[in-house]
Design a protein around this ligand. Structure first.
Ligand code: ADP
Ligand code: NA
Length: 350
């Protein structure tokens, strides 16, 4: 058995939004209790789409500030930025040699992000899931809280880990660094664990407020499509009031949300913010019009988000404090990553 360890990362690109908060950061906070957690600002991933980022340092600080403002304790757990721990890149190279071209070709996020002119996408964008596997496995992390959009990348991380374990089985045995696990019913002496995605809660995939078929995203050109963590109360109120809905009111049970993506999304957001199930929310609001539900959602969103926004602003005003947290976290992460890389070099024969 591998020791339980939680790892996840967020890219320092664009505004953090409610999808990032409900799908990821809020769940990072909840997992702190009783677990060892490592939370990373994945700045190297930010290069995959665009090389020059004048605002990289401030974007990196703002993700770290969001982690801490949301309630992550950087003393008990580790908060750091990826580029400060070069072992991630070192392991990613090994994983580039483990992963098969056919596996990478199936990644739907690459197809979405590369767009029509795939020949002009960077090699880094293509290899991104291999670096993501390295981010996780350089700590031999076992559990990864993410939004639903990352599910396929985590399956790839398992495939990479499994192929490495099997291809190097003899060397893992020889060096004595392996751990006995079972995969399905098979006993495996593994160097890398089979990571478990933690995808769930009422809002694993928060949708755009303008189009219920698209996920809420940093890259959506319409600012009305998302609630940003730095939005003020007026902006939150305006975006929810203008959120697309259908002519019907709220149904009394979740079956009534079928085929109504916008209504489903608003109910899911309410449920996640209130820490309730969608059924509980509908037990309260079923039969009401959106003109009643939306103001309640505005109040709830402001109640949950305003303290986080305030704390983020306060933290970002003191750059030396955030920088010190990242520096300290990076030192701790580097020490742990180097233990793995030392053993791996031995396994591989470097
Ligand atoms: P983005 O997808 O907005 O570019 P990241 O790739 O940095 O942001 O994602 C950070 C985390 O937020 C990931 O765990 C991702 O799955 C989650 N996430 C992003 N968008 C959403 C969404 N609309 N709903 C739920 N989770 C999301
Ligand atoms: Na994403």
């Amino acid at each position: 058995e591998f020791k339980k360890l939680v790892f996840s990362g967020v890219q320092p690109t664009g505004n953090l939004h409610l999808g990032n908060y409900l799908g990821a950061i809020r769940r990072f906070v909840a997992l702190q209790e009783g677990n060892d957690c490592i939370y990373c600002v994945v700045d190297m991933h930010a290069l995959t789409a665009q090389l020059v980022h004048e605002d990289m340092p401030s974007q990196t600080r703002s993700i770290a500030a969001a982690f801490i403002a949301a309630g992550i304790d950087p003393e008990k757990h580790i908060v750091f930025n990826q580029s400060a721990v070069p072992q991630h890149a070192e392991l990613a190279w090994i994983f580039n040699c483990v992963a098969r071209i056919g596996w990478m070709n199936r990644m739907t996020q690459f197809k979405d992000k590369a767009g029509k002119d795939r020949e002009q996408a960077s090699l880094g964008l293509y290899a991104y899931p291999s670096l993501m596997a390295a981010d996780i496995l350089v700590y031999r992390a076992t559990h990864v809280p993410v939004g639903e959009d990352q599910k396929q990348h985590l399956e790839l991380a398992r495939d990479i880990a499994m192929k490495f374990n099997l291809d190097y089985a003899e060397h893992i045995g020889r060096t004595g660094y392996g751990v006995d696990i079972t995969v399905g019913d098979e006993p495996v002496h593994a160097y890398f664990p089979m990571v478990e995605p933690l995808i769930g809660g009422p809002a694993p995939r928060v949708m755009s407020l303008r189009d219920g078929t698209k996920k809420m995203s940093k890259s959506d050109p319409s600012d009305l499509s998302r609630i940003n963590l730095m939005d003020d109360e007026d902006a939150i109120s305006k975006k929810i009031r203008k959120a697309k809905t259908d002519p019907d009111g709220l149904p009394s049970d979740v079956d009534g949300l079928q085929g109504r993506p916008e209504a489903d999304n608003l109910v899911a957001i309410y449920a996640a913010l209130a820490d309730k199930s969608k059924s509980e929310v509908l037990a309260e609001f079923g039969g009401q019009q959106f003109s009643v539900f939306k103001p309640a959602l505005v109040d709830l969103a402001i109640h949950v988000l305003a303290p986080i926004t305030g704390e983020m602003r306060r933290l970002m005003d003191d750059t030396s404090h955030i920088d010190a947290i990242l520096r300290k976290g990076s030192e701790r992460a580097r020490a742990r990553a180097e233990v793995t890389m030392n053993q791996l070099r031995d396994v591989i024969g470097f």
